[in-house]
Ligand binder design. Structure first.
Ligand code: SAH
Length: 219
C-alpha cells in the first residue's frame, strides 16, 4: 500500500462521517480495509471515491457510503454471526467481517466467488481481519441453513420482496438490511428487525443495486 492510498482512504472516511455515519467501529473498519485491492485494475484510481464501481455485467463494488449505512443500520457489536448475500468483489464482506464474530457470504457467480476469494486473501495479507469469512457459491435467496440463525443479514442485490428463507434464518432480535424494488422502479433500502413473530420495517434510503437473481436465471 502506498501512502497516497492511505491518505485517500482517510479522506473517504472523513466524507462518510460528514454524510452522517456515526458508528466509530464502522468508520474504523473502512479506514482499515484497503478498498483498492477489491477494485478491478482499470478503476483502481477511483477506489477511494464515494462511488460504486463496475465489476462484471451483473455486479458492482458497492458505494462506500451505502456499505457504511448498511453496516451502521445492522447495529453490530462484534459478537454477531453475520450473513451476506452477494459477495461480488468481497469488499463489503471484508468490512462486515471486521464488525462481527463470523461471516458467511454467498455469491451466485462462481467466477466472482473465485475473484473474491483471491481479493480477501490479499486483504488478509495486507490488513488482516478477513480470516473469519466463509464464501459459499450458490443462491443467496435460500440463505445458508447450516450457519443459521444469523444476528445480522446484509443483501447487496435488489429483491422484489424479502426472501422468506432469509427472514426465517434471522435470529430473535436479528437485523436484516435489503434493497427492495425492481430494475426500473425506484429501490428503497430497508431494515427488518425480527421481534418475536413480527418483522418490524424501517425505510433507510433510496438506492440503486443490481437485481437479486434467481437460481433459474442465466448470468
Ligand atoms: N457486496 C458486493 C456487491 C456485489 S453486487 C461488493 O462489495 O463488491 C451484487 C452481487 O450479488 C453480484 O456479485 C451478483 O452476482 C450477486 N448476486 C445476485 N443474485 C444473487 C443470488 N441470488 N445469490 C447470491 N448472489 C447473488
Amino acid at each position: 500500500m502506498t501512502n497516497g492510498e492511505a491518505v485517500r482512504r482517510t479522506r473517504m472516511v472523513q466524507g462518510l462521517a460528514a454524510r452522517g455515519i456515526r458508528d466509530e467501529r464502522v468508520l474504523d473498519a473502512m479506514q482499515r480495509i484497503p478498498r483498492h485491492l477489491f477494485v478491478p485494475p482499470a478503476h483502481r484510481d477511483e477506489a477511494y471515491l464515494d462511488t460504486a464501481l463496475p465489476l462484471a455485467t451483473s455486479a458492482t463494488v458497492s458505494q462506500p457510503y451505502i456499505v457504511a449505512l448498511m453496516m451502521e443500520s445492522l447495529l453490530l457489536t462484534g459478537a454477531e454471526c453475520g450473513l451476506e448475500i452477494g459477495t461480488g468483489s468481497g469488499y463489503g464482506a471484508a468490512v462486515f467481517a471486521a464488525l462481527v464474530h463470523e461471516l458467511v457470504t454467498i455469491e451466485m457467480d462462481p467466477v466472482l466467488a473465485d475473484t473474491a476469494t483471491t481479493n480477501l486473501e490479499s486483504c488478509e495479507a495486507a490488513a488482516g481481519g478477513c480470516d473469519n469469512i466463509r464464501i459459499v457459491t450458490g443462491d443467496g435467496a435460500l440463505g445458508y441453513p447450516p450457519g443459521a440463525p444469523y444476528d445480522a443479514i446484509s443483501v447487496t442485490a435488489a429483491a422484489r420482496e424479502v426472501p422468506h428463507a432469509l427472514s426465517d434464518q434471522l435470529a430473535e432480535g436479528g437485523r436484516l438490511v435489503i434493497p427492495l424494488g425492481g430494475r426500473r422502479r425506484a429501490q428503497q433500502l430497508i431494515r427488518i428487525v425480527k421481534v418475536g413473530a413480527r418483522l418490524r420495517r424501517d425505510d433507510l434510503a433510496a438506492v440503486r443495486f443490481v437485481p437479486l437473481r434467481r437460481s433459474s436465471d442465466t448470468v
